[in-house]
Design a protein around this ligand. Structure first.
Ligand code: AMP
Length: 217
């Protein structure tokens, strides 16, 4: 399978799609959002520095993110990987390219997940997660509710809401995404790496299209 680099706004389903690919195709998952949230939870100095920036929906600086992903990429074995949440700016995309070239990693596809803004907002406002096992639920969609209100079906933990899953932070994150995405997409389009996939509630179709793009021909 190819390495998958996701370009997507909040609530496009990167987490759910990644979980599926990990389970069925043994990908290694590199989610910058998850890495940063773990830093905050651990109470580290870095975590304290980024906590408010993340809660308000602002982006962490390019320098910090580039160094972080550089370190994570060097820790990878030969396993195919999913990059979820990086790059988010053109500078990050250019740096990523340099890193991958210097590592000799060439088997990549960039998948842009395009979702309607109102659907993404509904998903964000209804989203709750298990802090222990990471499973994601949504109270606005019947097939995504937990069986018992606010309790994880898998590990019985209390479910929590991400601090940036509110309307104000969503608008900021979605707007930032829109203002950066066209440059990033053009960059990858020129390299013939970009595949666009429209996301709606038909997860099965979305997964099928992603797998088709991620498979080596
Ligand atoms: P996510 O879980 O991907 O929605 O990311 C949550 C938050 O983490 C974002 O709103 C940013 O504050 C921060 N973040 C994650 N990835 C990046 C990145 N590549 N560049 C800048 N900030 C990031």
């Amino acid at each position: 399978m190819k390495n998958v680099i996701f370009i997507a706004p909040p609530a496009a389903g990167k987490g759910t799609i990644s979980d599926y690919l990990i389970k069925n195709y043994h990908y290694k998952h590199l989610s910058t959002g998850d890495i940063l949230r773990e830093e905050i939870q651990s109470g580290s100095k870095f975590g304290k520095e980024i906590e408010n920036i993340m809660a308000s929906g602002n982006l962490i600086s390019d320098d910090v993110m580039i160094n972080l992903i550089k370190q994570k990429l060097t820790e990878l074995s030969k396993q195919s990987f999913i990059l979820d949440g990086f790059p988010r700016t053109l500078i990050q995309a250019e740096s990523l390219d340099e890193m991958l070239i210097s590592m000799g990693v060439t088997n990549n596809v960039v998948i842009s997940l395009d979702i309607d803004r109102e659907l993404a907002l509904k998903r964000v406002l209804g989203r709750i997660n298990c802090p222990k096992c990471g499973r994601s639920y949504n109270v606005y969609f019947e097939n995504m509710k937990p069986s018992k209100e606010n309790i994880c079906d898998d590990c019985n933990s209390d479910l929590i809401k991400r601090s940036d899953d509110n309307e104000e932070s969503f608008r900021k994150r979605f707007d930032d995404y829109l203002s950066n995405v066209s440059l990033i997409k053009s960059y990858y389009e020129e390299k013939h790496l970009l595949k666009n996939i429209i996301v709606d509630n038909d997860l099965e179709r979305v997964l099928k299209e992603i797998i088709k793009e991620a498979k080596n021909d």
